[in-house]
Design a binder for this molecule. Structure first.
Ligand code: DGY
Length: 317
């Protein structure tokens, strides 16, 4: 479901057909439904590939994604067809960083495990060595991917007097200054960080970036947080690392695949927190994402430049 405020905006400008099921349309249904439309508003659960674009037809004016990430869309295929693709950057930065921070805190201080323990009636006394976890204050945080959300983590970490390392394709001298963050090569970051938080986009270079070798470089007390995209972590390697004590804990908002399968071995582990891709799920942010997606869609329908376009090269043609 798309938040109503965004839909309302689109309804004022166009005839709208909304996929009625809470589950995403199967690809075959998508191919049929999109025929002849002028604009598509999609979610990150919809695979928008070249066959979908061809099924829509050459009259299509815009593809508007209600998310900042767009790895579900074949942007090169859209660009080749002259279709502008919109996304929703900026608005979810703080909300997502808040949730990544919540996962970091919850993993360190074993919030989910202790909640289950209490509900199960296992709380018999105050145990001096029960549910111990590492301090967050003063620890070292390694941030992989130092765009808006990665920097949002650094901002939060400053308040906890943390040493902040980051690894990224680009250097960010201003942010280094602002947050007291230090650029590190990946091996240094992994081996010196108490917490490693992932904030990269998903691309062929970052697919299974956290593999056996990189997980082994982390401290055995290390905690891995992923609010980026599931496939940035190799799930089989993560299982091996958590089950063998190569790392201590993980907290994931995103998995590979999504949703995680009910028989996924990760679900049987105690030292992992799994959330269903909700990092941007605040009332305000989801509404704003919907209205931004609507703004992109409406601009496209009017042959105007999208306020947030991921392939501006389409305007140079
Ligand atoms: C995004 O926008 O890419 C997030 O994963 C969902 O908010």
């Amino acid at each position: 479901m798309i938040p109503e405020k965004g839909l309302e905006m689109v309804r004022r400008e166009a005839d709208v057909e909304v996929w009625p099921d809470p589950l995403p349309p199967p690809h075959k249904a998508l191919l049929q439904k999109v025929r002849g439309i002028d604009a598509l508003l999609c979610l990150l659960t919809d695979k928008i590939d070249a066959p979908v674009m061809d099924a829509i037809g050459p009259q299509v004016k815009v593809i508007s994604q209600m998310a900042v990430g767009f790895d579900n869309i074949d942007v090169a295929a859209a660009t080749a067809r002259g279709i502008p693709v919109g996304n929703t950057p900026g608005v979810l930065t703080d909300t997502t960083a808040d949730f990544a921070w919540a996962l970091l805190m919850a993993a360190a201080r074993r919030v989910v495990e202790s909640d289950k323990f209490t509900r199960a009636g296992k709380w018999k006394t105050w145990g001096p060595v029960d549910f111990l976890g590492p301090d967050v204050t003063g620890a070292t945080l390694g941030i992989i991917g130092f765009g808006r959300i990665g920097q949002g983590m650094a901002k939060r970490a400053q308040g906890f007097d943390m040493r902040i390392l980051y690894y990224s394709r680009n250097r960010y001298p201003e942010a280094e200054q602002k947050y007291g963050a230090q650029y590190a090569d990946i091996d240094t970051l992994l081996s010196e960080s108490d917490f490693v938080s992932l904030h990269t986009t998903l691309s062929p270079e970052t697919h299974h970036f956290m593999n056996d070798a990189r997980l082994k470089r982390m401290k055995s007390s290390g905690i891995l947080i992923n609010t980026a995209r599931g496939p940035v972590v190799d799930p089989a390697a993560l299982y091996r690392a958590l089950a063998s004590g190569t790392i201590a804990y993980a907290a994931l908002d995103v998995t590979e695949p999504e949703p995680i399968k009910p028989d996924d071995p990760l679900l049987a582990l105690e030292n992992i927190i799994l959330a269903p891709h909700i990092a941007s799920a605040s009332f305000q942010t989801r509404t704003r994402m919907a209205t931004m997606a609507a703004e992109n869609l409406i601009a496209g329908l009017k042959h105007e430049r999208l306020p947030n376009c991921v392939n501006p090269e389409v305007y140079k043609k």
